[in-house]
Design a binder for this molecule. Structure first.
Ligand SMILES: C=C(O[C@@H]1C=C(C(=O)O)C=C[C@H]1O)C(=O)O
Length: 124
């Protein structure tokens, strides 16, 4: 899938080997990124629930500003474009805030329909 459909079928075998080796590393890195993002979203979902329970706002711009400053420095030290790192973090944070707004809405709705938080009776 990663080799024959990319228009590089007839390349020198040594080049092919080097390309395959690099692409294997890229695939491993992409898998790590996905797993790390999944872990990050597990944490942010917990933050979202905590905020909703305590009526805290979904977004925290001061915290975001600190994270962006920190991430830009990390990116510079790692020779990654800091503007790209900032855009990437903002993209993730925007999604997190969307989740937090949804959690807050759902929490409000369930407290309106069940103001005392009484558990539903069991049927058996
Ligand atoms: C996760 C939080 O909620 C929001 C999302 C953030 C993030 O994804 O890092 C940071 C700040 C908040 O705008 C938080 O407040 O810590």
């Amino acid at each position: 899938m990663t080799t024959s459909s990319t228009g590089t079928k007839d390349v020198d075998p040594a080049v092919r080997e080097e390309l395959d080796r690099l692409r294997d590393s890229i695939d491993n890195i992409d898998a790590a990124v996905v797993h790390m993002l999944a872990e990050r979203f597990k944490c942010t979902q917990q933050v979202g629930r905590l905020k909703a329970e305590h009526r805290l706002p979904p977004a925290d711009p001061a915290r975001e500003a600190r994270q962006i400053t920190r991430l830009r420095t990390l990116a510079e030290n790692a020779k990654l474009d800091p503007a790209f790192a900032e855009k990437f973090l903002n993209f993730i944070i925007a999604e997190v805030i969307r989740h937090h707004e949804r959690i807050a809405d759902d929490t409000t709705k369930s407290s309106v329909s069940n103001p005392t938080g009484t558990p539903a009776p069991t049927t058996d």
